[in-house]
Design a protein around this ligand. Structure first.
Ligand code: SF4
Length: 309
């Protein structure tokens, strides 16, 4: 944020019809719609990636500097990064996060309005007829296990926390079916308590960037937490997850259209041809910056189309 583009990036941008990171930075000051449109084009490569790996292994300090630079550049590319689940209070975010396992946030957002209307409080959900709750959440998959978790955690909220979602990690993870990932999502986005969300995207990307070699989410969380100040944790999580969903995909990362390719030691793991890579991009292609269907008033862009990709 606010950093001057390097000479390398300026050079790359010269020959391009679009100036991705710069455009995204400008978009911060423009309207939300323009922001989304800019970011759609921001997925052009900003600089020629390093052709060969450095002969000398990267020092820890150099890695930390590179990691922080990636975070700053992602902030320019995704100035609107945010949680993509619709919620109006901590209980709704907790329920939505449980439902989001093994499915898309868009599908959860299409499902939760009816669920929240029928079960607005932990007391209501704790008293749910399991089969009825299962039916209501069926589109999100694994509906029997999820219904069991929701009834279990709602019962615990009712009996142990006066029907309120607690704002402390140790309390949240004591709820049935709530792990550190879910707890950090709720803390970071409903309580403003910094938290790192180590989901499948986050883990994959930080390993590709060589910020850690850990596979275990708790160890990943601990190592990444040591690289960044606490104040960055929540937004870093959103930016990394946005990048993983849109560009750095699991099976075919769009390296040729990646705005941080020049900082990535895994450049080349995916498609490097710019045209082919651009075809792999998701979400921003339609000018929509997220998957929320009922965004808050200060939502930074248009809602996602009401269909499942
Ligand atoms: S692996 Fe490819 S798409 Fe992912 S961050 Fe690196 S260059 Fe970008």
């Amino acid at each position: 944020m606010g950093e001057q583009p390097s000479a390398k990036r300026k050079k790359a941008a010269k020959g391009s019809t679009v100036k991705p990171v710069k455009a995204a930075a400008k978009a911060k000051a423009k309207s939300a719609t323009k922001t989304a449109a800019k970011a759609a084009t921001a997925a052009k490569p900003t600089a020629k990636p390093t052709a060969k790996p450095a002969a000398k292994p990267e020092s820890h300090l150099a890695m930390v500097r590179r990691a922080r630079r990636i975070n700053r550049e992602l902030a320019e590319v995704y100035p609107y990064a945010h949680p993509e689940l619709d919620f109006r209070n901590p209980f709704e975010l907790l329920v939505a996060t449980v439902l989001s396992a093994q499915t898309t946030d868009l599908r959860v957002n299409q499902t939760t309005p009816a669920v929240f209307a029928k079960y607005p409080t932990p007391e209501d959900m704790a008293a749910a007829v399991p089969e009825e709750l299962e039916e209501a959440i069926r589109p999100t998959g694994f509906f029997r296990a999820k219904a069991k978790s929701l009834i279990g955690l709602s019962t615990a909220l009712r009996d142990r926390f006066d029907g309120e979602v607690p704002g402390r990690l140790e309390d949240l993870v004591s709820l049935p079916g709530v792990g550190r990932k879910t707890a950090n999502v709720v803390l970071g986005n409903a309580f403003g308590v910094p938290g790192l969300t180590v989901d499948t995207h986050f883990g994959r990307l930080v390993r590709r960037w060589k910020w850690t070699e850990q596979e275990d989410p708790e160890k990943v969380e601990a190592e990444i937490a040591a690289i960044f100040p606490k104040t960055e944790w929540t937004m870093l999580s959103h930016r990394v997850i946005f990048h993983g969903r849109r560009i750095c995909h699991s099976r075919k990362p769009a390296c040729g259209a990646c705005p941080i390719a020049h900082l990535c030691p895994s450049y080349g793991e995916g498609e490097t041809d710019p045209e082919k890579a651009r075809k792999l991009l998701k979400y921003e292609m339609g000018g929509y910056p997220g998957q929320r269907l009922s965004p808050p008033a200060d939502y930074p862009g248009k809602p996602a189309p009401a269909r499942i990709e």
